[in-house]
Structures are given as C-alpha cells and as structure tokens.
Ligand binder design. Structure first.
Ligand code: GTP
Ligand code: SPV
Ligand code: MN
Length: 612
C-alpha cells in the first residue's frame, strides 16, 4: 500500500534511517493526517507552534514582562492526570506483567488500538519528534521517536527532552530507538472547527516491553502523552534495566555539600505529588549546607567500575505540581519559572496576564480559573486543579549542579524512600542494611494524590514509589533490587552500596495539622542522614529500623513543640502491628516471585513487635 499523495511532508524526511522511515510511513497511512512535520527543535519551530496554539485557543500568551515566552493552557476537565486504570503492560506472558499492572496480550491490544488509530489524525498535522533521554554524548544514547498529532505535546517535549535535528543526526541511519505513538483520538471532519483541548473519552496507555514500544491514545496531558517520561524512562526502561542489570527509578537526584565542603549525592523516591521536586530544589535552613539539583523525577542508575552506584537524570525539564509552590516553600522553583520559557497547565490566570495557584501567597481579587470561569477568593472551588503543573527547562534552575549533564552520572551515597502517611511512619528511619532497605521500599505505603485519576487520600502500597511505573512483574522487580545489592564487601572492586533511609514529611497530629514543617526544614533530616554516613550522628534501634537518638536531629532555631518532635519521631508498636496483616496480604500477591529474604524480613519484624 502506498501513502495517499495528499499527506504533505511525508517524503521530505530529513533522515535516511530506514526503520524510522518505514514506521513513520505506516503510521501516516493508518492515521491519515493532512501533513507530516519532522520536528527540528528550533526556536523558530517553537515560535510557530506556540503562535498556532494561541490562535487555536489551546494556549494563552502570558504577560511578556512577568513571564517571558510563557503560556497558560487549560485541558478538557476530563483530561487532567495519569489514567492508571487505562495503563497496560502488554507482555507476551500475562505473568510478566504481574499482579500490579493491567494486562492485555500484545496482539489483542494492537488489534484494538489499530482500529482506534485508523483515521485518528484526520484533519490534523502529524509531528515526528526525535528525542534522547539523557545526554546525547552518552556512550549509548537512549533514543526515542514520538509521533503525535498534538502540537501541545511537541512544545512540552521540547522542554522535557533533548529533541530535534541534533538527535536525528546522531541517530544516523540505524540507531535503535523506542517508537512512541501518540494520538489524541480526535479526528476533524472537513470544515469542522477544533476545540481548544481535543482528546477522547476512550483512553489507552499501552506498553510492549518485549518489543520496547509505546502506544498511547485519547489523552493529551502529562505522563499520558509526553511519552519520554513515565512510559519510556520508567515502564520501558525498567524492563531494559532488569535485562541489563541497572535500575530505572522514580527518584530525584540531589547534591549536598556539608559545612566541611564534603559532597554527597542523594536519590529519593516518593510517590507522585509527595515531595520530590520540592526536596530536589530545597533551600536548606541549616546554616552552612548547600543543595544543588540534578533531577526531580527520574533516575537511571548503574554500578560503575569502582563499585559505586551512578545516577543520571534522563530528563531535560521539570513537570512540577503547581499548587503549594511558593517563595516560602520552593523559592528555587519560583526563580526557575521567573526566567520564562514555560507552559502552565490548569492553573489560574490573573487579570494582568500572570499565573496564580493555591498556596502562592494571598489570592488576587479576581482570576480566571482552570475551567475558564471567573474566580474570586469567595469561590467555593479551587482556582487551579490539584494536579496543575508547570513545565519548565531544568537549565533555568539557579541551583542546577554542573554534573547534571555528565553522561557518567553521580555516585549515590544514600537512597531515601518516602510516602505520604498521616500516622505510623516516623520522620526518618535508617535501614539496617540493603535487604532491609529493599524491604522498606517494597512495603512503602502512601495516600493517593491528584497526580492520578481516582480517589485521593487512600493508603495503598506503592513499592519504591513505582507502583504505576514498574514495566514488569513487581515480584521480579523486588528480586532485581535484591540482586543489585549482591557483591558488596567481597574484594577490592566490590560494590559500595548506598545506605537506605525511609522518610515521611506528612505525619499529622490528632488535630490534623502536619507535625513537621517540611520543605527547607527537611535539610535537618538530610544533615542527620549525612552524619549517619559519616558515622557522626547517634541513632536508636527500634523494631522498624534506626531513628535519630534524642538530640541527634538538629532542631536548632526551629520553633517546634518538643511534644510534636517526639510525636513525629515516634515508633508506635500498635500502629506497626496494624500494618502487619496489610504487608502479609501485599506480599502474598506475588506468590513464588517474592524473594524469600523479604518474607524473612517480615518475620524478623513480627518477632521484634511480638506478633505471632
Ligand atoms: P510528581 O511530580 O507528581 O512526581 O510529584 P513530586 O513528588 O515531585 O511532589 P512535589 O514536590 O511536587 O510536591 C507535591 C505536593 O506536596 C506539593 O503541593 C508540595 O507543596 C507538597 N510538599 C512537598 N514537600 C512537602 C513537605 O516537606 N511538607 C509538606 N507538608 N508538603 C510538602
Ligand atoms: C507523576 O505523576 O509522578 C508525574 C506527573 O511526575 S506525570 O508526568 O503526569 O506522570
Ligand atoms: Mn513523578
């Protein structure tokens, strides 16, 4: 079958990569767009696309003085977050998707989605985005190509990834790449006027781990449509990492410098909307400490020849939760956004062409809210959707660490796991060793947030903050984590494993208030973590791990009720006993796949808690 002659641009491909050309042609034939555009990533292209999006009503240009080259977008009110119910891992064997993922056989999913894609780009432009996750000068650059009919996705991908001409050139005519197919599922009839945010009620976010392919349909927002992010860098990459002996994790990466000028690198995994961006950009309140940012959402980690675990950030931008971001909580994010070149989605618009969201100081007297309605401080509704986001280049972060762009990565000294729990989990706990740390990660629990469609505030297990992102059987994933810890302490070139900690910034008092001030004050916890690495801070053994000894956590100058401090550090044996049946039920899900050492950890915990 040959392409219809009406598809303009199909034959003007700036590449001779045969596999890529064949795929682009096949998709064009299936989806029948009006034209095909190969994205070059230039500022001219950005200008053209944003002008078009403004004309289409998808974007509103913000006040040039306050927010240069920045835009306000509103989605369809039904397309506001990742759709976990509609996310599938289509492994050949259902067992390889495991008990935590939705599954459909690859051939069946491809049949269903091919029907949906047929003609789905009619009346639209099909964009081809060559991109690279991580530095382009890496020894083995991690290429992807996203085909999309959403110009909003193209602009977002330009912020979030390295993309365009240079990437395509580097791919040559044979480089491997992950094909990422995305369609809004909103074809236009001749003469039909478009809506500002096209999408489809039917949504599929599908992954084919064996063939390393991604097919997405029906949603234009966030992780559903920016396919380099969760789909590639976590779900597909986690399957690659399992096969190749590395880790693809939902982690921030930060650099800490102590008053003695010693540097440490920390990676931290918290579930969506549980504090990664804020910790990654933290302004320390403890004098003499410095924080620099390397990444805020995803870390790829592999052991180096020196036995240390090196982390790189595959992304190029920040896609951060807007509400709660303020000069008081995250001044470095505010400074990053002040430089412009950003897209704000589902926040509120001020009358003078700036943006506002809940938590950003006092509300103006009048706003246009995320649904496009008038809003005043008396309104009953939030001005911004709880999962509204800013999309901004990470290069604008004033505390970006220079190593950020180094393909070698940075050697990780400590890994933090954390969740959002109003009770039970202390502010900080140190794991006894790697296996205990993996146990803490595997049993991590958190209250659900607005980052995914569905109920908010429900406690669920979210292992390593990866529940929605593990691209294979989670039992095998735990086994992979255990295996990664093997080979420590047996020779000169042995592994030097990071120490593992478990944190919880979100414990609350009986009155519902947060017991710990959080944000910049979390530097106090980081100080204790570093001092534990240095063997300089005291800890006490509890049944669940080591917590700061009385006086070991620096609370100098902090206005904190001693009773609150005690409460936030408290290990309540009754609360922990109540967790045991939940953990048992969780582990049972994985059958034979669950590593025996994790059952042994649970047994040891039960013994320490005096549970039968
Ligand atoms: P994703 O981008 O969805 O992966 O989220 P994230 O993990 O990067 O979370 P982020 O840092 O954006 O924070 C999410 C929400 O938690 C925001 O509303 C923050 O203001 C709030 N938050 C972050 N850190 C703290 C903290 O230390 N204490 C409290 N109370 N809230 C926090
Ligand atoms: C998350 O939900 O963890 C995010 C936002 O970082 S999204 O890109 O939509 O996945
Ligand atoms: Mn995230």
């Amino acid at each position: 079958m040959s392409a219809p002659a009406t598809v303009a641009g199909l034959d003007q491909a700036p590449t001779s990569h045969a596999k890529l050309l064949t795929w682009v042609r096949e998709v064009a034939e299936l989806t029948t767009p009006d034209s095909v555009v190969w994205c070059d990533g230039s500022s001219d292209e950005w200008r053209r696309l944003t002008d078009d999006l403004v004309a289409a009503g998808t974007l509103v240009r913000l006040n040039e003085e306050k927010r240069p080259n920045s835009f306000w977008a509103r989605t369809d009110p039904t397309d506001v977050a990742r759709v976990e119910e509609r996310t599938f891992i289509c492994s050949v064997d259902e067992a390889d998707a495991g008990p935590t993922n939705n599954w459909l056989a690859p051939a069946e999913m491809k049949r269903v989605m091919t029907d949906l894609y047929r003609g789905s780009m009619r009346g639209r432009t099909m964009y081809v985005i060559p991109f690279c996750m991580g530095p382009l000068d890496a020894p083995a650059p991690m290429f992807g190509v996203e085909i999309t009919d959403s110009p909003y996705v193209v602009t977002s991908m330009r912020i979030m990834t390295r993309m365009g001409t240079e990437v395509l050139a580097k791919m040559g005519d044979a480089a491997e790449f992950v094909p990422c197919l995305h369609s809004l599922g909103a074809p236009l009839e001749p003469g039909e006027t478009d809506v500002a945010w096209p999408c489809n009620e039917t949504k599929y976010i599908s992954h084919f781990p064996e063939t390393r392919e991604i097919w997405s349909y029906g949603s234009g927002y966030g992780g559903n449509s920016l396919l380099g992010k969760k789909c590639y860098s976590l779900r597909i990459a986690s399957a690659m990492a399992r096969d190749e002996g590395w880790l693809a994790e939902h982690m921030l990466i930060m650099k800490l410098t102590s008053p003695e000028q010693k540097t440490y690198y920390v990676a931290a995994a918290f579930p969506s909307a549980c504090g990664k961006t804020n910790l990654a950009m933290l302004e320390p309140t403890v004098p003499g400490w410095k924080v620099e940012t390397l990444g805020d959402d995803i870390a790829w980690m592999r052991f180096g020849d020196d036995g240390r675990l090196y982390a790189t950030n595959p992304e190029y931008g920040l896609f951060g939760v807007a509400p709660g971001t303020d000069w008081k909580t995250n001044p470095n994010a505010m400074r990053t956004l002040a430089k412009g070149n950003s897209v704000f989605t589902n926040v509120a618009l001020t009358d003078d062409g700036d943006i506002w969201w809940e938590g950003m100081g006092d509300p103006p007297a009048h706003l246009t809210d995320w649904k496009g309605e008038d809003w005043t401080p008396d309104s009953d509704e939030l001005s911004s959707h709880p999962n509204s986001r800013f999309c901004t280049p990470i290069s604008q972060c004033p505390i970006l660490a220079p190593e950020y762009d180094d393909p070698k990565g940075v050697p990780i000294d400590a890994i933090l796991f954390g969740g959002r729990r109003r009770d039970t989990i202390p502010l900080v706990t140190e794991a006894r060793d790697w296996v205990h740390g993996v146990y803490l990660g595997a049993t991590l629990s958190s209250e659900t947030t607005a980052a995914a469609a569905g109920k908010v505030g429900v406690v669920r297990r979210d292992p390593m903050a990866m529940l929605p992102f593990i691209g294979y059987n989670a039992g095998d994933y735990f086994g992979h984590w255990i295996a990664m810890g093997k080979g420590a302490g047996d020779g000169a070139a042995d592994k030097k494993l990071p120490k593992i900690f478990y944190v919880n910034w979100f414990r609350r008092g009986d009155d519902g208030r947060f017991l710990w001030p959080g944000f910049g004050e979390n530097s106090r916890v980081l100080k204790w973590v570093v001092q534990r690495l240095e063997g300089r801070a005291d800890a006490v053994e509890t049944p669940v791990g080591m917590v700061p000894a009385p006086g070991a956590l620096d609370v100098d100058g902090l206005d904190l009720d001693p009773a609150d401090l005690a409460a936030v550090l408290n290990v309540d044996a009754d609360e922990w006993r109540a967790e045991i049946p939940q953990v048992t039920e969780w582990f049972t899900k994985f059958g034979d796949k669950l590593p025996g050492v994790l059952w042994a950890e649970l047994d040891a915990l039960k013994a320490r808690l005096g549970v039968e």
